[in-house]
Design a binder for this molecule. Structure first.
Ligand code: PDD
Length: 287
């Protein structure tokens, strides 16, 4: 089984064989959008939600002429060509290649690339049990973080700072001290048994895991509040966890070197993680 397989405009090939123009606007301007999907037992998880979000991103930056049904078929063909079991799909659409001018070029064909790669959950699985550390950093991103664009420089820089601090993630705060989200994850807190997460209107990515966990919590009778939190409040919550496609539910036990509660993953984080894992097992049995 190949570890990675790409699909460029419908042609399946090793990832190393993909050739993209130096004039591609995704490369030159970050004029492109993307999605990351998790594949469990060969099945893409929450697939419909990812296609809907990709459509939202394409519409928001006005990339036209992408046949999403065709792209979906290509993804499934590539998954079957592996075949892949525990994997991840990276999917990117750019405005295409054209002489470098800022305004949209005319008649340029969007670039449609995806690849599937084996996914080793091992390191993250360990973090789910022990809990991870995070740091907080200023949110210097633009005002349209609802668009899943490949303009990720601010995210890259803070994530590097996290890595250098021995932390798993960086949670971001705005000039008024309000927390938004993390560099590549959503986050939730728990206080007095209630779950809280940043509202979508606060310039964050509409996380698919975030939405799934809100509904899971509501079904379990856990109170969910969508409200912003200030950075100082983070040090006084009962529980904190990251949420994302590959992270699933990742408990946080320290922020900026200070422990959260007793410094161990909390009960609601564990319950939601188990709920997520049960839902994954259910889709596998629904085969
Ligand atoms: N990151 N917030 C940001 C800024 C993200 O980049 C992501 C996803 C999330 C979580 O969204 P979801 O639950 O839909 O994966 C929140 C992807 C995985 C990445 O860039 O690798």
């Amino acid at each position: 089984m190949p570890a990675t397989l790409a699909n460029l405009h419908g042609h399946i090939m090793p990832l190393e064989d993909v050739r993209i123009s130096a004039q591609d606007r995704g490369f030159l301007f970050g004029d492109s959008v993307y999605e990351v999907l998790r594949v469990y037992g060969g099945r893409p998880w929450l697939e419909e939600e990812h296609w809907q979000r990709l459509k939202h991103s394409l519409d928001a930056i006005r990339i036209e002429g992408v046949d999403l049904e065709r792209l979906r078929r290509r993804m499934h063909e590539t998954l079957a060509a592996g075949p892949f079991d525990e994997a991840m799909v990276y999917l990117q659409v750019t405005r295409g290649a054209a002489p470098r001018r800022h305004a949209f070029p005319k008649d340029t064909v969007p670039l449609e690339l995806l690849w599937v790669q084996d996914y080793d959950d091992g390191p993250t699985a360990k973090g789910r049990t022990t809990g991870v550390a995070v740091i907080t950093r200023p949110d210097i991103r633009w005002g349209r973080c609802d668009i899943k664009s490949t303009n990720l420089l601010a995210n890259v820089l803070v994530n590097q700072e996290a890595a250098e601090a021995g932390a798993a993630e960086a949670i971001l705060y705005l000039p008024d001290g309000t927390l938004s989200e993390a560099s590549h994850s959503s986050f939730f807190t728990v206080k007095a048994g209630a779950l809280q997460t940043t509202p979508l209107k606060a310039n964050i990515l509409p996380g698919i895991t975030r939405k799934f966990l809100i509904s899971l919590a509501q079904k379990a009778g856990i109170l969910v509040r969508e409200a912003t939190l200030k950075r100082e409040e983070l040090f006084h919550v009962d529980e904190l966890f990251l949420a994302g496609t590959t992270s699933e539910v990742l408990p946080v036990v320290a922020v900026d070197g200070r422990p959260i509660a007793d410094g161990k993953p909390g009960p609601i984080s564990k319950r939601l993680l188990e709920g997520h894992q049960r839902a994954v097992v259910e889709i596998l049995h629904a085969k």
